[in-house]
Ligand binder design. Structure first.
Ligand SMILES: [Zn+2]
Length: 311
């Protein structure tokens, strides 16, 4: 038994590097809760079947439509809507307090206050974190990183300086190197580092990425952070009790209350697989057969034995 791959008499079973065995992953993150993230970004992503991550600061979110104190920012109701539609709403500090500039007790309060507000608003805990001003002072991280699935420690800017050519090159690099790209955007037509009068540069980039959907997994920051961590922490036990049957036992060594992202199994035989079914915990699992004769099976790494039948 090895970490993510196992062989049983002619069968190769492994966990794909990324969901659905895509070549790479991209997470689009938007900082500071700007109103255009709700009016423009959410709908443009949804149109293309994609979801994004919004790292917000509770203190600049408007209470409700009747009490707009800052027209440039979203309301809590708008955040809830984005969350209900599958986007990730996560923690960027309540008041955007830079770890290097405030006493640690204030940082703690700032982070916890935002966690509580996000949970109260969306009904979902903020399982990731984005450092205010990208300051990663260790003292602050000991608080901010606790109970998270991942935090944004690397990113590339997607904003005023971005153009089609450079974005196409970066996207291709993600595919070629099988990497996880994380983008950071603030303003769209206004605000820090915005796209000015040509925000269509962003939508055009999304069109290009959507056209490469066989190679690129666009997942929220949580989804990709959880998937990659779970994959590394999952071992597969494998048995072949019958000629056409495999029993695969996943063991995942992470907290099952935080890490709940399904993983993708890649099953390969000596000959191309033409028909395969799989079930786990009494439920049929989604199966995709690829052109080159592999089977991709979506499973729960916290679940029980996966029973696979090859026909
Ligand atoms: Zn920020």
């Amino acid at each position: 038994m090895v970490a993510t791959s196992c062989a049983a008499e002619g069968w190769q079973v492994s966990v794909a590097k990324y969901k659905d065995n895509k070549a790479c992953a991209i997470s689009y993150t938007f900082d500071d809760g700007l109103k255009e993230h709700y009016t423009k970004v959410g709908p443009e992503f949804e149109k293309r079947g994609m979801r994004a991550t919004f790292f917000i600061n509770g203190n600049s979110i408007n209470q409700d439509d009747a009490h707009i104190t800052d027209t440039t920012r979203m309301t809590w109701a708008q955040l809830r809507e984005l969350s209900d539609r599958g986007h990730e709403i996560s923690n960027h500090g309540w008041a955007h307090k830079n770890f290097a500039r405030f006493p640690i007790e204030e940082i703690r309060e700032d982070i916890m206050k935002n966690d509580s507000a996000i949970l109260a608003c969306t009904g979902k805990p903020a399982l990731t974190f984005c450092y205010p001003n990208n300051n990663k002072k260790a003292e602050g991280r000991r608080i901010s990183d606790k109970g998270r699935v991942g935090t944004r420690t690397f990113q590339r800017s997607l904003g005023s300086k971005s153009n089609d050519k450079e974005l196409a090159k970066w996207t291709q690099k993600m595919i070629d190197t099988r990497d996880w790209g994380v983008t950071m955007t603030h303003g769209i037509t206004y605000g820090y580092d915005n796209f000015g009068r040509t925000p269509q540069r962003l939508w055009k980039h999304l069109d290009m990425v959507a056209s490469l959907k066989d190679s690129i997994w666009v997942g929220t920051f949580y989804e990709v952070a959880a998937y990659t961590a779970e994959r590394r922490a999952t071992s597969l036990g494998i048995a072949r009790p019958k000629e056409n049957q495999l029993l695969i036992t996943p063991t995942m060594r992470l907290d099952p209350t935080l890490f709940i992202e399904p993983l993708t199994l890649v099953i390969q035989g000596d000959t191309p697989i033409r028909k395969l079914s799989a079930k786990q915990d009494g439920k049929k699992l989604p199966v995709t057969l690829t052109d080159d004769g592999k089977a991709l099976v979506t499973f729960n790494p916290n679940g029980g034995v996966i029973e696979v039948k090859v026909k």
